[in-house]
Ligand binder design. Structure first.
Ligand SMILES: NC(=O)c1ccc[n+]([C@@H]2O[C@H](COP(=O)([O-])OP(=O)(O)OC[C@H]3O[C@@H](n4cnc5c(N)ncnc54)[C@H](OP(=O)(O)O)[C@@H]3O)[C@@H](O)[C@H]2O)c1
Length: 254
């Protein structure tokens, strides 16, 4: 079992497994983040809409004991600084400007379909380092993955276990592979992404699972083919439609 890393188009490395924090409840997420960082995680996903950023920041502070007040950007009155009237292209230009100040080292996108990536690349002077998308054997999104690979954009997979309650662990092909490799089903599901050259975010607030998820295995070519073939029988299954009121251009939703 290994702790892999991938190289981004910035030259920096990204750990193959990161900790997800969506739906990690208050009172639990600080402990989970602190534990993950103390046990070697260096890749944590957080977001405005998870509504737990302050506690994620506290977890970071606990792990590193920086003495600093680590917080995510907000206005002075405590509200989030969002300009909803802007197009994603204007936002990208502002993110590029941020890289040029040296305040951030890499910028990326999430939930970008090929349609939006093409729009973005027409105006971008910095190619996104990462596109974070839902990805697992039931939703390989090969069109996006292939497009990103061609442009040097790294894929980070989210909801790799099928989200809440990890339903993908019940798939018979996953169970058979887990039995053969003598690992938990979650390890097969997370290792699938390493084989595709992608990093993956696994959410857990359970300390033993946080520890377990960090370690992935190398799968044989024939077994990767089994995983790649699962969606052909099951059909595409998406677990998460981010409720932002935006048409993401996903081919599996009108
Ligand atoms: N950008 C976006 O729009 C977007 C959307 C969705 C998700 N994400 C990111 O991706 C992360 C992961 O996706 P997700 O939260 O949807 O779901 P997930 O990671 O696929 O699954 C999480 C579920 O699996 C359980 N679990 C974790 N490790 C396990 C293990 N080793 N064995 C058995 N069960 C295990 C967790 O339970 P416990 O916590 O109880 O252990 C939880 O119920 C999110 O947390 C978030 O950071 C981003």
């Amino acid at each position: 079992m290994t702790e892999k890393k991938f190289q981004l188009n910035t030259g920096a490395e990204i750990p193959a497994v990161g900790l997800g924090t969506w739906q990690s409840a208050p009172g639990e997420v600080k402990k989970a983040v602190a534990y993950a960082l103390k046990t070697g995680y260096r890749h944590v996903d957080c977001a405005f809409c998870y509504a737990n950023e302050d506690e994620v920041g506290e977890g970071l502070q606990t792990a590193f004991d920086t003495g600093n007040d680590i917080r995510f950007p907000k206005k002075l009155d405590g509200s989030r600084d969002l300009v909803l009237s802007w197009s994603h292209l204007q936002t990208w230009k502002q993110m590029e400007a941020l890289v040029n100040t040296g305040k951030t080292r890499a910028i990326g996108v999430c939930n970008y379909s090929v349609r939006y990536l093409k729009e973005l690349l027409q105006v971008a002077t910095i190619v996104p380092a990462v596109n974070q998308i839902e990805n697992h054997p039931y939703l390989p999104q090969n069109d996006i993955v292939k497009f990103c690979k061609g442009k040097g954009i790294h894929i980070t997979a989210y909801s790799p276990l099928g989200s809440t309650g990890s339903p993908l662990a019940n798939d018979p092909a996953i169970q058979a592979l887990a039995l053969r490799y003598e690992v938990p089903q979650s390890t097969i599901l997370l290792s699938y992404h390493g084989a595709r050259g992608s990093s993956v975010l696994a959410k857990s607030v359970t300390l033993s699972r946080i520890e377990q998820n960090k370690l992935t295995i190398d799968l044989a070519k024939a077994d990767i083919a089994i995983l790649e073939g699962i969606h052909e029988k099951s059909g595409a299954l998406r677990y998460v439609y981010p409720p932002f009121g935006v048409d993401f251009g996903f081919p599996d939703k009108p």
